[in-house]
Design a protein. Structure first.
Lengths: 253, 292
């Protein structure tokens, strides 16, 4: 009985943020001490689908950045992680990969900011993409180390010994083997970008308004209803993906 | 050396491997190393808009004012409190809800909080625990308080309740899933049966076998999560105290002021924090390896 009650409390606590933001996103006025907003409206959601809305642009920008970072870092990480796995001093190379990964993103942004200012990429989408790549790429190199086992390396070698070209080996031997890990890595690097705030704000100079930047902006403007809607837009896509692919996405971690 | 190793090493030395490693250095190591060198040069007055040659003035200002050490101590306190609370809660959840985490409702639900980023968690804690937040409103409805001012300061407070709570809430689902995975991988269920056959009670198993094994295996992850909280930015920016900024917030504050003389101090703080984290990592991993 106690276990069931505790499970119910825990389940409610987990669902609370989603319900709370859902209610706020359709609210219009919320005066103390009312527990629920005074008025409900779909205006905020309608604004999202109408053209030229800030939230719509934020959503698209976040999607472009997320997909760009995920595609580039997964591809680069897959290829380069093999070289690191074969390196004589593999652990020393991997230690370098941990550097940007363990630093606070905003401290990293402070340290690399000069480079982005000099190249004119500060305040630009491409600059933020490159900045997020500095965070996501080392993660992928560490992530794929588990894939390049001696068995996999030998399999690739055997394929080439039997006459297959490097491209054929990659396409028909290595990629099918790595497919589940590639998808997990793609998903996780997408999330690194999707959730990123500090580095995006610092390198983007507040001009590259992704969803996380918009949440902060709305909070500062005391516009809690738009902030709740933006928060939901951040949480819902990965939550739905996780719900559908829980076993698949987390199988290899 | 086998034929395979010979071929692979040859390819690494003379093939495209060199370029790939260079690309790795360029993307992973160069930004941090270059940034650190530039930050050091800026903090020593060797570069920047107001540079006038080598000086220790900016470091002296940062260290003499005590602002960096205070901020670092406050960040360490927040990170330690949050990781301790989160670890204790996660150990309880992973051991008490074994079955539900394996096949029940929690096996699905516990993944949902992982989709909440720091900025959203900060906003959520703010909306729940500020003086006019949901908890205050419910307290009013239940007649626990008769006016808004009676509700305690739980965000923007000097003891960092809001920041600790937000980070604990973010860490608990992740650590619970981690402990649950370790529990299964280490076959702790079978060990429990063995210990029970040998006469040990459930409490003895949890205290002397399960908890030490879970903590020892998860130690590197706990350390990394501790460092993640140490450098937190979004949550303390949203719900932290103005008087006690965490290190990342302090560094950014120095950059966003109008006084150009503050920028070298911002770099000094960033470099000092980076070196502190790298030192902490190196020492901790060496200790962990020794005890592994």
């Amino acid at each position: 009985m106690l276990r069931k009650s505790l499970t119910a409390i825990l389940a409610s606590a987990i669902l609370l943020p989603f319900l709370f933001f859902a209610v706020l996103s359709v609210g219009q006025a919320w005066f103390y001490p009312s527990v629920m907003p005074q008025r409900f409206t779909l205006a905020n959601w309608q604004q999202l689908w109408s053209g030229q809305s800030e939230l719509q642009f934020g959503l698209v920008r976040s999607l472009i950045l997320g997909l760009g970072v995920a595609i580039l870092s997964t591809l680069l990480g897959f290829i380069i992680s093999k070289e690191i796995a074969l390196a004589k001093y593999k652990n020393r190379w991997l230690l370098l990969a941990y550097w940007p990964f363990v630093l606070s993103p905003v401290v990293l942004a402070i340290l690399v900011q000069r480079f982005f200012l000099l190249t004119g990429m500060s305040g630009e989408l491409i600059g933020v993409l490159l900045g997020q790549l500095i965070l996501a790429f080392p993660f992928t190199v560490i992530f794929f180390q588990s894939f390049w086992s001696p068995e996999v390396l030998q399999l690739g070698q055997q394929s080439q010994t039997l006459g297959a070209s490097a491209v054929y080996t990659l396409r028909y031997v290595l990629l099918p083997l790595a497919k589940p890990l590639l998808l997990i890595c793609f998903f996780q690097t997408f999330l690194i970008s999707w959730f990123e705030y500090g580095l995006t704000q610092f390198i983007g100079l507040g001009k590259v308004k992704t969803l996380t930047i918009l949440v902060f902006k709305y909070v500062n403007e005391a516009n809690i209803f738009h902030a709740a809607l933006a928060s939901l837009l951040i949480m819902l896509p990965p939550a739905l993906l996780l719900w559908a692919n829980k076993k698949f996405v987390f199988r290899g971690i | 050396m086998t034929i395979l190793e010979h071929r692979l090493s040859t390819r690494t030395k003379h093939g495209s491997g060199v370029y790939l490693r260079l690309l790795f250095l360029l993307l992973a190591a160069a930004p941090v190393a270059g940034g650190l060198l530039y930050g050091l040069a800026y903090s020593f007055g060797l570069t920047g808009a107001l540079s006038s040659g080598f000086t220790l003035q900016h470091w002296q200002q940062v260290l003499a004012s005590g602002v960096l050490l205070q901020s670092l101590a406050y960040s360490l306190y927040i990170a330690f409190a949050a990781i301790t609370l989160a670890t204790a809660s996660s150990l309880f959840l992973s051991l008490y809800f074994q079955k539900s985490l394996r096949t029940g409702l929690l096996s699905y639900l516990l993944y949902l909080p992982l989709t909440i980023p720091a900025v959203v968690m900060g906003f959520l804690v703010f909306q729940l625990f500020t003086k006019s937040g949901l908890v205050s409103r419910m307290s009013y409805g239940l007649s626990w308080i008769s006016e808004l001012q009676q509700f305690p300061d739980l965000v923007h407070d000097s003891i960092g309740f809001g920041i600790i709570l937000a980070h604990t809430l973010m860490a608990v689902p992740f650590l619970t899933l981690l402990f649950h995975a370790i529990y299964r991988e280490q076959n702790l269920g079978q060990l429990q049966q063995v210990s029970e056959n040998l006469g040990a009670g459930k409490v003895y198993f949890v205290r002397h076998i399960a908890v030490p094994m879970l903590l020892k295996t998860a130690a590197p992850n706990l350390l990394l999560y501790f460092i993640f909280i140490l450098g937190a930015y979004e949550v303390p920016l949203l719900i932290g105290s103005q008087q006690h900024p965490m290190v990342s917030v302090l560094a950014v504050q120095k950059f966003q002021r109008f006084n150009l003389l503050d920028i070298p101090q911002g770099y000094a703080i960033s470099v000092a924090f980076t070196l502190f984290v790298l030192l902490l990592l190196t020492i901790s991993f060496k200790k962990l390896q020794r005890h592994a």
